[in-house]
Design a protein around this ligand. Structure first.
Ligand SMILES: C[S@@+](CC[C@H](N)C(=O)[O-])C[C@H]1O[C@@H](n2cnc3c(N)ncnc32)[C@H](O)[C@@H]1O
Length: 308
């Protein structure tokens, strides 16, 4: 198995310590430990059935979509996770006789290993890229692993784990003439409601704190979804831990004190109206949407984009 490393485990560990000190944990730490990965898999299995079905039906169209590529199809997946949805596409292309090379890009070593092994089990050549997709430089380096035309994938509302206004611009900078980008988003009707997380989502969000030695009794969790005033139709779900007693978090062989009453910001998640998602892709990021696929339950939208 081949994995190229742009982001080392030592760098992630240092950044984790800094993030705990800053009381603000970015998305990548929620897929880092074994506990986080298993909590995420449990949550994803429960939550995104209809999205998996969309990617499966999209896969049937992948050979036609990439006809102009010729025989060779490089597939680069940003935030690949286990690569489950990507593999629908890989299998369909391979079945059509195309020469597929798969490049999963992710910060999580263990998820990258699963994505690469899954592709290799399907006799598809894979090179994992361990990188930080919130870094424009890492995105460009990962994209440069192959020349255009390339098929870029971004599945599982990965866009919603970052500031979507910045992130979609950085992603679009990787897309050149001839490339195709397929990405999905979690939809929302645009109005604020009380957010009620599932037990699986609670476990997933709390996992990095469990790793640091905390338990549910050490505080309360707040899940609040609010409109993002920068764009109509953009909703941001924030998740926060509120310490109800003085605590010491075990981090990197040391301890970080957290006083009673302090808050730790956990990873946020964006949801979109269909119009906001379209605007981000087109007006904001300069892409052209050539196809839209709503999921059967209309909770997700998947878009096929090219450079405008
Ligand atoms: C919501 S999951 C989606 C995974 C997969 N695409 C799917 O559909 O199941 C987001 C993925 O992005 C990865 N990720 C989160 N933050 C990242 C970062 N800053 N750099 C690289 N990967 C990141 C996570 O490890 C995880 O695999």
């Amino acid at each position: 198995m081949n994995i190229e490393v742009l982001l080392t485990e030592a760098e992630i560990a240092t950044e984790f310590e800094e993030s705990i000190e800053a009381r603000d944990l970015p998305e990548k730490f929620f897929y880092w430990s074994a506990l986080s990965v298993s909590a995420w898999k449990r949550m994803a299995m429960r939550a995104d059935d209809s999205l998996r079905a969309t990617w499966e039906s999209l896969a049937a169209k992948a050979p036609d979509l990439t006809r102009a590529f010729g025989s060779r199809v490089p597939v680069i997946s940003f935030g690949a996770g286990t690569g489950l949805k990507d593999r629908f596409i890989l299998k369909s292309l391979a079945k059509a006789g195309r020469d597929v090379k798969y490049y999963p890009v992710d910060a999580s070593q263990s998820l990258l290993e699963v994505a690469c092994a899954g592709a290799e089990d399907e006799d598809c050549e894979a090179l994992g890229i361990k990188a930080d997709i919130s870094s424009p430089m890492h995105l460009l380096l990962a994209a440069d692993v192959s020349e255009a035309p390339r098929l870029f994938l971004m599945a599982g509302n990965t866009l919603g784990g970052f500031d979507p206004l910045d992130q979609i611009k950085h992603i679009a900078e990787c897309v050149h003439k001839g490339d195709i980008l397929i990405l999905d988003a979690r939809l929302h009707n645009g109005s604020e409601t009380t957010y009620d997380p599932s037990p699986e989502e609670r476990d997933f969000v709390f996992a990095p704190l469990t790793d640091a030695g905390l338990s549910a009794e050490d505080g309360t969790m707040e899940f609040i979804e609010r409109k993002d005033p920068r764009l109509d139709g953009l909703l941001m779900l924030t998740r926060r831990f509120h310490a109800s007693t003085d605590l010491r978090l075990r981090v990197g062989g040391g301890e970080v004190p957290v006083a009673r009453g302090e808050r730790i910001l956990l990873n946020f998640r964006y949801r979109f109206t269909a119009d906001a998602f379209r605007w981000l892709l087109t007006e904001h990021a300069g892409l052209r949407v050539v196809a839209e696929l709503p999921s059967s339950d209309e909770r997700y939208m998947t878009a096929v984009c090219i450079k405008a």
